[in-house]
Design a protein around this ligand. Structure first.
Ligand code: SP5
Ligand code: ZN
Length: 342
């Protein structure tokens, strides 16, 4: 299959992150995408193509317009304010505070438009966000034009970003953007299968009241795992969307036996829904050696994951999300894709 990739991701580098009471170098770093690209090449997965530029209209179909307009202003405003370090939030409008009045300071606005301190900006961050969005849409176009599958090597990832907030290394929700884009291009139904270790809270929020986008998440139980405040099994959708959201929270230590049983159940739901296209939010932070995660999948499990998804027999767009064991991230991510292709 073809891969879409942009070198502009690398400008989003050197960002810092708050972990266990310390500000440390971000786990979501440029080498992630470079290792994946190198593995696409060494495995001869297929051609690697540059993205086409797109307007932000497709982003505004799933995100609030003011949120999308805010993103390119962050780094320039942070510079104007004279703040050192990565641009990150430190105050949030939680229960009991006004979440409806945007303040007029960049550090406060970052809190207004986020749910954690995990989506930080440096100089090249906006260009990376925009390139990741272009990568997603360009890959989506390949599948729309008749390719059986394509790989959007997106960086930064997207699935924690909601309609009007960033967080968890995510800014624009690339999977949500492409799912909506397929609907706008005439697809009747789209299924999103999120296999990242973390619950895709942003994608779930965006489609929660809709029956035209099926949302399925396999992830660490939010009782003990980030993002903590969404992703429970009883979240089944609301209104017209009731019954079109499915969560499979799993315990720390989950290995392929239990994980693949959840995938089997999820695939049965996707097949019953009979979507025109499947969007896979492809995180490989389920890996046993992932530095921030607690599942125990092995490198040999990822091709089996790809094989099972291929068995659906549906046009499929893979959108890169998480995975932080950089040495093996290429082996695991491309393992899914070669498993799908074989
Ligand atoms: C896209 C994606 O995978 N986002 C994940 C965001 C996770 N943010 C929380 C990180 C918590 C890190 N805890 C580290 C423990 C290190 N020993
Ligand atoms: Zn993740």
């Amino acid at each position: 299959m073809k891969t879409i990739f942009s070198p502009l991701h690398a400008g989003h580098g050197g960002q810092m992150e708050l972990v266990s009471g310390q500000i440390v170098p971000g786990f979501e770093k440029p080498s992630r995408a470079e290792f994946i690209k190198a593995r696409v090449e060494s495995e001869k997965l297929g051609p690697i193509l540059a993205p086409k530029e797109h307007s932000l209209d497709a982003a505004k179909r799933v995100h609030a317009s003011d949120y999308i307009d805010f993103l390119p202003t962050v780094w320039p405003e942070w510079q104007n304010a004279g703040f050192p370090g990565s641009a990150m939030a430190f105050t949030w409008p939680t229960r009991g505070l006004r979440g409806d009045v945007p303040p007029k300071r960049i550090d406060a606005l970052l809190g207004y438009y986020s749910f954690d301190a995990g989506a930080t900006f440096v100089k090249g961050t906006w260009d990376a966000i925009k390139s990741s969005y272009d990568v997603g849409l360009t890959a989506a176009e390949l599948v729309k034009a008749g390719e059986r599958a394509a790989f959007a090597l997106c960086r930064p990832p997207g699935h924690h970003a909601g309609a009007a907030f960033m967080g968890g290394y995510c800014f624009i929700n690339n999977a949500a953007v492409v799912a909506q884009w397929y609907r706008d291009q005439g697809a009747a139904r789209v299924a999103i299968l999120d296999v990242d270790y973390h619950h895709g809270n942003g994608t779930q929020e965006i489609f929660y009241e809709r029956d035209d986008v099926l949302m399925i998440n396999l992830h660490g139980d939010p009782m003990t795992e980030y993002p903590f405040f969404l992703g429970h099994a009883d979240e089944r959708g609301a209104g017209k969307g009731e019954g079109f959201n499915h969560n499979y929270p799993m315990q720390p230590g989950t290995a392929w036996d239990k994980w693949s049983a959840a995938l089997e159940d999820a695939c049965a739901k996707v097949a019953a829904y009979a979507p025109d296209v499947v969007v896979v939010s492809l995180g490989v932070d389920t890996f046993e050696k992932d530095p921030i995660s607690q599942f125990k999948l092995k490198s040999s499990d990822y091709p089996r994951m790809g094989e099972r998804i291929a068995k659906l027999g549906l046009p499929t767009l893979f959108v890169m999300e998480g995975g932080y064991a950089v040495e093996e991230i290429g082996i695991n991510a491309v393992g899914v894709l070669t498993g799908f292709d074989n």
